[in-house]
Design a protein around this ligand. Sequence first.
Ligand SMILES: [Fe+2]
Ligand SMILES: [Fe+2]
Length: 169
Amino acid sequence: MKTKSEFLSGEMVDLLNYRVEQEEYSSRLYLSMSTWLDDEGFAGAAKLFKQYSNEELVHATKAKKMLLANGIRPITPALKQPKQDYLSLPDVIIAALAHEKEITRQCYDLTKVAHKEGNFMVVELGLWYCKEQAEELNKVQYLIGRLEAFGEELSMLRELDEEMGELAD
Ligand SMILES: [Fe+2]
Ligand SMILES: [Fe+2]
């Protein structure tokens, strides 16, 4: 398997493979959250997190395509098992925010290294990831705001669950 190409350094290849792995892991994490929510009766939130799970696979495909375009076969990664148990709907939302912050740091790192190398193809892709992260953070911050505004009583969580179901397409 080739690991280097004219336009991708070894470090770029590693970072792009890492992007594939982390986006696929995000998908699994949100799938686990969706399954937990479904089991606990939060049908609307489960639907929204299932959609988030699907979207993460689209993000993974972006990095895969960049590798393939440069003649490098992306690694199909082994994924660690995501957390299976949560305490409550707010617990899931708070965990999702922490995860999106970590992913944002990773996307910044990818873009920084690409910029340092003068790799404009990957800079452009990195900027796409960073822009996507601004949207992802915004979505989760919105949910945190709803929790802060209306509290975590069951009747409020029921309304939030319904609203989350409506946010899913
Ligand atoms: Fe993502
Ligand atoms: Fe995400």
